[in-house]
Design a protein around this ligand. Structure first.
Ligand SMILES: Cc1cc2nc3c(=O)[nH]c(=O)nc-3n(C[C@H](O)[C@H](O)[C@H](O)COP(=O)(O)OP(=O)(O)OC[C@H]3O[C@@H](n4cnc5c(N)ncnc54)[C@H](O)[C@@H]3O)c2cc1C
Length: 410
């Protein structure tokens, strides 16, 4: 790997959370050379979590939209970032160290950071209109416009994004049905200890759930759709919002020599396998997770942000330890704040602390097979979450954590 030079040119592809935070981090850590940040979207970088939460439910005023920007024009100028928006990278030549762009130009780099994220997994059902998906600001705006009509919507997919959209749709006054082929999709999100209460929360707010049945077809058009389910039943809907996962944006790297396997594969230092001085971070990266012992592609805000900071430091100061992830995720479900940190060990056990029904809050602390705490899920209990996060870092037994926190196990 070439030495970091104060005048080296760092090119970042993907101007969203990971890309923007890398550019900012480079300046924080003292990079004095050029920084070019290239983004396919013609939008000043913005944050995605609010697209299914507060922005979706907002009045969409200029002020609301400005609130989700990750950086301002003034900051871009102050940090001397060469931001090029509305132009996608469409090829990488690691021999000549150049990235080709869709406008026919190319750009040379000393260090390259790939931060092209992921897109919504395309809907397999494509009627002429009425099927919506959520990944971008424009998507969120289109969904808000549809929800404002207060007509029945079917949400396909009971993951975090689908359930957040369902909650928002209820807030708009829309009748909502959530469909997922998995019988207990919310167990995937929050674990078996809390999943039932989360389903109850959706029902109490008026959402109808059809779990354990898949969609076979969506026919008609916006305002008059028929969603056909694999048990033979049909749902009439004004729109279907399909949230069935994501696909890493790696198409532009085909033929580059990088190892592409559901993301850009990296080493433990987030250096792309197959090239020198190329890093991959955020939703597009697949890296060997020390805690999980396998290569994973995380699709979480904190991971993207932490990886950006790590790579910015690695480029300016050299990497010290391998990247480790906090595995921290949050979701808003109606008034509930759900947080998850670390992991659940299938060979381990879990301690439930608190009572959601009685106290309005709960923490589930996961232990590995040796009883050492390895993760937690909390609902409406940020203090417990933060304390667990601190103690996880030092490898405490799960029952000791419960005691130290002065928590009462259920
Ligand atoms: C609706 C929604 C809600 C979410 N809520 C939460 C949440 O509550 N909690 C949580 O932890 N996480 C949440 N996430 C996930 C979180 O937003 C992502 O983990 C994060 O955005 C990843 O950042 P990223 O920069 O790696 O990728 P992305 O945000 O996907 O950005 C990649 C950027 O690269 C651009 N790009 C792609 N290809 C090219 C190309 N060839 N050339 C140039 N540019 C390109 C894209 O246009 C995009 O702007 C949510 C995501 C969505 C969509």
């Amino acid at each position: 790997m070439s030495e970091h030079g104060a005048d080296s040119h760092v090119v970042i592809i993907g101007a969203s959370l990971a890309g923007t935070r890398t550019a900012q981090g480079l300046r924080t850590y003292g990079h004095a050379g050029r920084i070019t940040l290239i983004g396919a979207e013609d939008e000043l970088p913005y944050d995605r979590p609010p697209l299914s939460k507060e922005l979706l439910r907002s009045d969409w005023s200029d002020e609301s939209v400005a609130g989700v920007r990750l950086i301002t024009e003034a900051e871009i100028a102050e940090l001397d970032i060469d931001l090029r928006l509305g132009v996608a990278a469409n090829g990488l030549d690691t021999e000549s160290r150049t990235v080709s762009l869709a406008d026919g130009t190319s750009i040379a780099y000393d260090r390259l950071v790939i931060a092209t994220g992921a897109g919504a997994r395309p809907s397999p059902w494509t009627p002429p209109s009425g099927v919506l998906q959520l990944r971008t600001l424009a998507d969120s705006r289109a969904i808000a416009a549809r929800l404002a009509r207060q007509e029945h919507v079917v949400v396909v997919g009971g993951g975090f994004i689908g359930t957040e959209i369902a909650a928002a749709a209820i807030g708009f006054g829309c009748p909502v049905t959530v469909v997922d082929p998995v019988p207990e999709p919310m167990t995937r999100l929050v674990g078996a200890e809390i999943a039932g209460a989360l389903v109850d929360l959706h029902h109490a707010n008026g959402a109808v759930t059809r779990f354990g049945v898949g969609v076979t077809d969506i026919r008609g058009e916006a305002g008059d759709l028929t969603v056909v389910l694999d048990d033979g039943s049909e749902l009439a809907a004004s729109a279907a919002i399909v949230g069935i996962g994501s696909v890493a944006n790696t198409g532009w790297l085909d033929g580059s020599g990088l190892t592409l396997a559901n993301g850009v594969l990296t080493d433990p230092y987030l250096r792309a396998i197959g090239a020198e001085d190329v890093y991959a971070i955020g939703d597009v990266a697949r890296w060997p997770h020390p805690g999980h012992g396998i290569d994973i592609r995380a699709e979480h805000w904190t991971n993207a942000s932490d990886q950006a900071r790590y790579v910015a430091a690695a480029i300016t100061q050299g990497a010290s330890a391998a990247f480790d992830s906090a595995d921290y995720v949050w979701s808003d479900q109606y008034a509930w704040k759900v947080h998850s940190v670390g992991r659940r060990d299938p060979a381990g056990s879990s301690i439930v602390v608190g009572d959601l029904a009685a106290d309005g809050r709960v923490a589930v602390i996961h232990a590995d097979a040796d009883g050492i705490a390895c993760g937690a899920v909390t609902v409406n209990w940020v203090r417990a979450l933060n304390q667990v996060r601190r103690l996880l870092a030092v490898g405490r037994p799960a029952d000791a954590i419960v005691e130290e926190l002065g928590l009462r196990a259920a």
